[in-house]
Design a binder for this molecule. Structure first.
Ligand SMILES: Nc1nc2c(ncn2[C@@H]2O[C@H](COP(=O)(O)OP(=O)(O)OP(=O)(O)O)[C@@H](O)[C@H]2O)c(=O)[nH]1
Length: 265
């Protein structure tokens, strides 16, 4: 199968396509089937070939993962495959299946390219433990930027990582700064403070940003194409006030989290 990013991008935001078939077809989400018996082995062998591997890349670009053949392996094995998947892509939903049996509502009409991401359980639990109003400060920053910095939100598997950042309600200038920050990363493969391209490469990004005037914006991106759209007031999605950003790709180390914190100052 060809690399998933360009295909998703074509279905999602291609102008020529949008004027033709795209009138009737929309990208609902990317689904990947992982074999519970051989999935882990395949990820490891892919790594041996090119340093990342197509299976890892496909998992990184997916919104839903169907983990099939779970009847053929024991529970610890299923958990280890799930963990490997989450390390690559912390935003995807994982469904365990036997012979692919799954309620279609989990794979159809999921609107993965329009709804905001869900925070993974680690981040949610961490925030619950700390209380709704407690802010965790970036101690390298004397101005005490109010970035909620949960532990264990940074995963790394063979070069592809997920970075989850929870962010406070933004002023309009801060939202503009975030928009520019995202553009620099996606289009120039660098952090704004870096003068030259680095290893940074975002394959998929999702986010939700709340602005002080009550507006909310959903960020969706695949490779270097992204969209920041305002949530319609009528569409009551029950969205929380807190903003969040999920980046999946290469080179997503703590410097990216710090750079995001700086952009809000
Ligand atoms: N026990 C069990 N067998 C399954 C399951 N899903 C598929 N199979 C069987 O496994 C065999 C191989 O099926 P798949 O792995 O889906 O076949 P495939 O997708 O053509 O194989 P690859 O492309 O090589 O991965 C078939 O005999 C299926 O009936 C499952 O969840 N549990």
């Amino acid at each position: 199968m060809p690399p998933i990013g360009p295909i998703a991008a074509m279905f999602w935001k291609n102008e020529e396509y949008g004027m033709g078939l795209g009138n009737d077809i929309a990208l609902d989400g990317v689904i990947c089937v992982v074999d519970a018996v051989f999935g882990l082995k395949q990820m490891q062998e892919d790594h041996a070939v090119d340093g990342v591997g197509e299976s890892v890349r496909q998992i990184a670009g997916s919104d839903v993962i169907i983990l099939n053949k779970v009847d053929l392996v024991d529970e610890p094995t299923v958990i280890s495959v799930e963990n490997a998947i989450r390390h690559i892509n912390s935003a995807a939903r994982i469904h365990r299946t036997v012979r692919g049996q799954l309620d279609l509502k989990h794979i159809m009409g999921i609107s993965a390219y329009t709804v905001p991401p869900e925070l993974n359980e680690d981040v949610k639990q961490s925030l619950r433990r700390r209380g709704e109003h407690e802010h965790v400060h970036d101690h390298s920053d004397s101005e005490h930027t109010h970035i909620h910095d949960a532990q264990k939100t940074h995963y790394e598997t063979r070069g592809i990582t997920s970075l989850q950042i929870v962010c406070p309600v933004l002023s309009q200038p801060q939202l503009n700064a975030v928009d520019e920050w995202i553009r620099t990363i996606l289009w120039e493969n660098r952090l704004p403070d870096d003068t030259q391209s680095s290893e940074l490469q975002v394959l998929r990004c999702k986010g939700l940003f709340s602005v002080q005037n009550g507006d909310q914006y959903v960020l969706q991106g695949v490779r270097n194409i992204y969209d920041m759209s305002k949530v319609m007031k009528e569409a009551d999605l029950g969205l929380p006030d807190t903003g969040k950003l999920v980046l999946i790709g290469k080179g997503l180390d703590e410097s990216v989290r710090k750079s995001f914190a700086q952009v809000l100052q």
